[in-house]
Design a protein around this ligand. Structure first.
Ligand SMILES: [Zn+2]
Length: 259
Protein backbone atom coordinates (compact mmCIF):
# COMPACT_ATOMS: atom_id res chain seq x y z
CA UNK A 1 0.00 0.00 0.00
CA UNK A 2 1.49 3.31 -0.96
CA UNK A 3 1.30 6.15 1.52
CA UNK A 4 -1.37 8.72 0.79
CA UNK A 5 1.26 11.48 0.64
CA UNK A 6 3.33 9.75 -2.00
CA UNK A 7 0.20 8.84 -3.91
CA UNK A 8 -0.83 12.50 -3.89
CA UNK A 9 2.71 13.41 -4.92
CA UNK A 10 2.48 11.02 -7.86
CA UNK A 11 -0.85 12.49 -8.92
CA UNK A 12 0.59 16.01 -8.62
CA UNK A 13 3.67 15.04 -10.60
CA UNK A 14 1.43 13.46 -13.21
CA UNK A 15 -0.65 16.61 -13.39
CA UNK A 16 2.43 18.81 -13.71
CA UNK A 17 3.78 16.54 -16.43
CA UNK A 18 0.46 16.65 -18.25
CA UNK A 19 0.31 20.44 -17.98
CA UNK A 20 3.84 20.76 -19.31
CA UNK A 21 3.06 18.35 -22.14
CA UNK A 22 -0.13 20.29 -22.85
CA UNK A 23 1.79 23.54 -22.99
CA UNK A 24 4.40 22.01 -25.31
CA UNK A 25 1.64 20.66 -27.54
CA UNK A 26 -0.08 24.06 -27.58
CA UNK A 27 3.22 25.73 -28.50
CA UNK A 28 3.80 23.23 -31.31
CA UNK A 29 0.22 23.68 -32.54
CA UNK A 30 0.62 27.47 -32.40
CA UNK A 31 3.88 27.21 -34.34
CA UNK A 32 2.12 25.13 -36.97
CA UNK A 33 -0.66 27.70 -37.19
CA UNK A 34 1.58 30.71 -36.83
CA UNK A 35 5.15 29.87 -37.80
CA UNK A 36 7.73 31.85 -35.77
CA UNK A 37 8.28 34.22 -38.64
CA UNK A 38 7.36 37.86 -39.11
CA UNK A 39 3.93 37.88 -40.82
CA UNK A 40 5.14 40.72 -43.05
CA UNK A 41 8.85 40.31 -43.91
CA UNK A 42 9.13 36.58 -43.00
CA UNK A 43 12.29 37.05 -40.90
CA UNK A 44 12.69 34.28 -38.27
CA UNK A 45 11.52 35.24 -34.80
CA UNK A 46 12.63 33.76 -31.48
CA UNK A 47 10.19 31.02 -30.40
CA UNK A 48 7.73 32.46 -27.91
CA UNK A 49 6.17 30.79 -24.87
CA UNK A 50 2.71 30.99 -26.35
CA UNK A 51 1.76 32.40 -29.72
CA UNK A 52 -1.87 33.43 -29.80
CA UNK A 53 -1.59 35.81 -32.72
CA UNK A 54 0.66 35.87 -35.80
CA UNK A 55 3.55 38.16 -34.95
CA UNK A 56 5.58 40.90 -36.57
CA UNK A 57 9.31 41.46 -36.07
CA UNK A 58 10.30 44.53 -34.03
CA UNK A 59 11.37 46.67 -37.03
CA UNK A 60 8.11 45.92 -38.94
CA UNK A 61 6.00 46.59 -35.83
CA UNK A 62 7.86 49.85 -35.22
CA UNK A 63 7.42 50.90 -38.86
CA UNK A 64 3.68 50.12 -38.91
CA UNK A 65 2.87 51.66 -35.53
CA UNK A 66 5.26 54.62 -35.38
CA UNK A 67 2.34 57.06 -35.58
CA UNK A 68 -0.27 55.15 -33.55
CA UNK A 69 -2.90 57.65 -32.47
CA UNK A 70 -6.52 58.22 -31.63
CA UNK A 71 -9.11 60.40 -33.37
CA UNK A 72 -12.87 60.97 -33.53
CA UNK A 73 -14.98 59.03 -36.05
CA UNK A 74 -15.77 62.32 -37.72
CA UNK A 75 -13.33 64.69 -39.39
CA UNK A 76 -10.38 62.28 -39.14
CA UNK A 77 -7.94 64.82 -40.53
CA UNK A 78 -8.42 67.11 -37.56
CA UNK A 79 -7.25 64.50 -35.06
CA UNK A 80 -3.86 64.08 -36.73
CA UNK A 81 -1.04 63.59 -34.30
CA UNK A 82 -3.12 64.17 -31.19
CA UNK A 83 -3.44 61.59 -28.48
CA UNK A 84 -6.29 62.49 -26.20
CA UNK A 85 -7.80 60.55 -23.31
CA UNK A 86 -9.33 57.09 -23.83
CA UNK A 87 -12.01 56.50 -26.45
CA UNK A 88 -15.27 58.33 -25.76
CA UNK A 89 -13.88 59.73 -22.49
CA UNK A 90 -15.65 62.99 -21.87
CA UNK A 91 -16.96 63.13 -25.42
CA UNK A 92 -20.20 62.19 -27.12
CA UNK A 93 -18.47 61.57 -30.43
CA UNK A 94 -17.08 58.01 -30.48
CA UNK A 95 -13.30 57.78 -30.65
CA UNK A 96 -11.20 55.61 -32.87
CA UNK A 97 -7.86 53.94 -32.14
CA UNK A 98 -5.56 54.07 -35.16
CA UNK A 99 -2.32 52.22 -35.89
CA UNK A 100 -1.05 54.75 -38.40
CA UNK A 101 -1.64 56.79 -41.56
CA UNK A 102 -2.65 55.00 -44.78
CA UNK A 103 0.72 55.46 -46.35
CA UNK A 104 3.96 53.64 -47.22
CA UNK A 105 4.43 50.11 -45.82
CA UNK A 106 1.24 50.24 -43.71
CA UNK A 107 -0.79 50.94 -46.85
CA UNK A 108 0.90 48.00 -48.58
CA UNK A 109 0.14 45.79 -45.58
CA UNK A 110 -3.54 46.84 -45.55
CA UNK A 111 -3.80 46.09 -49.26
CA UNK A 112 -2.28 42.64 -48.65
CA UNK A 113 -4.89 42.03 -45.87
CA UNK A 114 -7.61 42.20 -48.49
CA UNK A 115 -6.17 39.25 -50.42
CA UNK A 116 -6.71 35.62 -49.33
CA UNK A 117 -2.99 35.24 -48.59
CA UNK A 118 -3.16 38.26 -46.29
CA UNK A 119 -5.01 36.64 -43.38
CA UNK A 120 -1.87 36.29 -41.22
CA UNK A 121 -0.82 39.89 -41.86
CA UNK A 122 -4.34 41.06 -41.00
CA UNK A 123 -4.33 39.13 -37.71
CA UNK A 124 -0.83 40.38 -36.91
CA UNK A 125 -1.92 43.99 -37.49
CA UNK A 126 -4.95 43.44 -35.24
CA UNK A 127 -2.61 42.10 -32.56
CA UNK A 128 -0.32 45.09 -33.01
CA UNK A 129 -3.20 47.53 -32.51
CA UNK A 130 -4.05 45.76 -29.24
CA UNK A 131 -0.42 45.94 -28.14
CA UNK A 132 0.17 49.59 -29.04
CA UNK A 133 -3.12 50.76 -27.54
CA UNK A 134 -3.06 48.34 -24.59
CA UNK A 135 -3.35 51.11 -21.99
CA UNK A 136 -6.31 52.82 -23.66
CA UNK A 137 -8.03 49.47 -24.15
CA UNK A 138 -7.55 48.54 -20.49
CA UNK A 139 -8.96 51.89 -19.42
CA UNK A 140 -11.93 51.61 -21.76
CA UNK A 141 -12.86 48.04 -20.70
CA UNK A 142 -14.40 46.63 -23.92
CA UNK A 143 -16.61 43.51 -23.75
CA UNK A 144 -16.65 42.41 -27.38
CA UNK A 145 -14.94 42.97 -30.73
CA UNK A 146 -17.27 43.51 -33.70
CA UNK A 147 -15.91 43.65 -37.26
CA UNK A 148 -17.40 46.05 -39.78
CA UNK A 149 -19.35 43.61 -41.97
CA UNK A 150 -18.66 42.80 -45.57
CA UNK A 151 -21.54 41.70 -47.80
CA UNK A 152 -21.48 37.91 -48.26
CA UNK A 153 -21.31 38.30 -52.04
CA UNK A 154 -18.14 40.34 -51.75
CA UNK A 155 -16.66 37.94 -49.17
CA UNK A 156 -17.44 35.09 -51.56
CA UNK A 157 -15.67 36.87 -54.38
CA UNK A 158 -12.66 37.65 -52.25
CA UNK A 159 -12.53 34.49 -50.15
CA UNK A 160 -11.65 36.42 -46.99
CA UNK A 161 -12.74 39.33 -44.88
CA UNK A 162 -9.88 41.61 -43.93
CA UNK A 163 -11.85 43.23 -41.11
CA UNK A 164 -12.78 39.77 -39.75
CA UNK A 165 -9.11 38.76 -39.65
CA UNK A 166 -8.00 42.05 -38.08
CA UNK A 167 -10.78 41.70 -35.50
CA UNK A 168 -9.67 38.12 -34.71
CA UNK A 169 -6.06 39.19 -34.14
CA UNK A 170 -7.13 42.10 -31.94
CA UNK A 171 -9.57 39.96 -29.96
CA UNK A 172 -7.05 37.17 -29.33
CA UNK A 173 -4.39 39.60 -28.21
CA UNK A 174 -6.84 41.42 -25.92
CA UNK A 175 -8.56 38.25 -24.64
CA UNK A 176 -11.98 39.27 -25.95
CA UNK A 177 -14.66 37.46 -27.95
CA UNK A 178 -15.43 38.39 -31.56
CA UNK A 179 -19.14 38.83 -32.24
CA UNK A 180 -20.33 39.20 -35.84
CA UNK A 181 -23.09 41.52 -34.65
CA UNK A 182 -23.59 43.42 -37.90
CA UNK A 183 -24.47 42.50 -41.45
CA UNK A 184 -24.71 44.27 -44.77
CA UNK A 185 -28.26 44.21 -46.04
CA UNK A 186 -27.11 44.90 -49.58
CA UNK A 187 -23.84 45.04 -51.49
CA UNK A 188 -22.96 48.72 -51.46
CA UNK A 189 -20.53 50.28 -53.86
CA UNK A 190 -17.05 50.21 -52.32
CA UNK A 191 -16.79 53.41 -50.27
CA UNK A 192 -13.42 54.33 -51.72
CA UNK A 193 -14.85 54.26 -55.25
CA UNK A 194 -17.41 56.94 -54.43
CA UNK A 195 -17.02 60.70 -54.17
CA UNK A 196 -16.77 61.66 -50.49
CA UNK A 197 -20.10 63.51 -50.62
CA UNK A 198 -21.96 60.34 -51.69
CA UNK A 199 -20.53 57.96 -49.09
CA UNK A 200 -23.01 58.51 -46.26
CA UNK A 201 -25.98 58.00 -48.62
CA UNK A 202 -24.38 54.85 -50.06
CA UNK A 203 -24.47 53.29 -46.59
CA UNK A 204 -27.89 54.47 -45.45
CA UNK A 205 -29.83 51.36 -44.32
CA UNK A 206 -27.09 49.07 -45.67
CA UNK A 207 -26.00 47.92 -42.20
CA UNK A 208 -28.24 46.07 -39.77
CA UNK A 209 -27.91 44.30 -36.45
CA UNK A 210 -27.81 40.50 -36.58
CA UNK A 211 -26.66 39.70 -33.02
CA UNK A 212 -27.68 41.47 -29.82
CA UNK A 213 -25.08 43.64 -28.15
CA UNK A 214 -27.36 45.23 -25.53
CA UNK A 215 -25.37 46.53 -22.57
CA UNK A 216 -21.99 45.60 -24.13
CA UNK A 217 -19.03 47.87 -24.68
CA UNK A 218 -18.12 47.31 -28.32
CA UNK A 219 -14.83 47.69 -30.17
CA UNK A 220 -15.81 48.22 -33.78
CA UNK A 221 -13.05 47.15 -36.18
CA UNK A 222 -12.36 48.28 -39.74
CA UNK A 223 -9.24 48.19 -41.92
CA UNK A 224 -9.20 51.79 -43.16
CA UNK A 225 -11.09 54.89 -42.07
CA UNK A 226 -11.41 57.72 -44.57
CA UNK A 227 -14.45 59.88 -43.84
CA UNK A 228 -15.68 57.78 -40.91
CA UNK A 229 -19.02 57.23 -42.71
CA UNK A 230 -18.81 53.43 -42.40
CA UNK A 231 -17.96 53.55 -38.69
CA UNK A 232 -20.79 56.01 -38.04
CA UNK A 233 -23.32 53.82 -39.89
CA UNK A 234 -22.20 50.78 -37.84
CA UNK A 235 -22.24 52.84 -34.66
CA UNK A 236 -25.85 53.85 -35.32
CA UNK A 237 -26.89 50.21 -35.75
CA UNK A 238 -25.03 49.14 -32.59
CA UNK A 239 -26.43 52.04 -30.56
CA UNK A 240 -29.94 51.23 -31.78
CA UNK A 241 -29.29 47.66 -30.58
CA UNK A 242 -28.55 48.95 -27.10
CA UNK A 243 -24.73 48.80 -27.07
CA UNK A 244 -23.51 50.51 -23.88
CA UNK A 245 -20.63 52.20 -25.73
CA UNK A 246 -18.79 51.96 -29.03
CA UNK A 247 -15.17 52.77 -29.85
CA UNK A 248 -13.60 52.33 -33.26
CA UNK A 249 -10.36 50.52 -34.07
CA UNK A 250 -8.79 50.89 -37.51
CA UNK A 251 -5.45 49.84 -38.87
CA UNK A 252 -5.00 52.90 -41.04
CA UNK A 253 -6.48 56.34 -41.43
CA UNK A 254 -6.63 57.78 -44.92
CA UNK A 255 -7.15 61.35 -45.98
CA UNK A 256 -10.22 61.78 -48.20
CA UNK A 257 -7.79 62.80 -50.96
CA UNK A 258 -6.02 59.38 -50.74
CA UNK A 259 -9.08 57.41 -51.67
ZN1 LIG B 1 9.22 41.94 -40.21
Amino acid sequence: MGQPLSATGTVEAGKTGLLAAGRRLAAVAADLLFPPRCAWCAVDLPAAESVMVPRLCAPCAAEFAHAATECPFAAPDRGAGTAGPGPTAGATEPRCLVLGPYDGPLREAVLRCKRPAGALVAQALGGLVAERHAERLRAWRPDVVVPVPMHWLRRLGRGTSATGDIARGLARAAGLPVVAALRRTRATVMQNRLPVADRQGNLADAIALRRAVAGRRVLLVDDVMTTGATLRACHRALAAGGAAAVAGVVVARARASDA
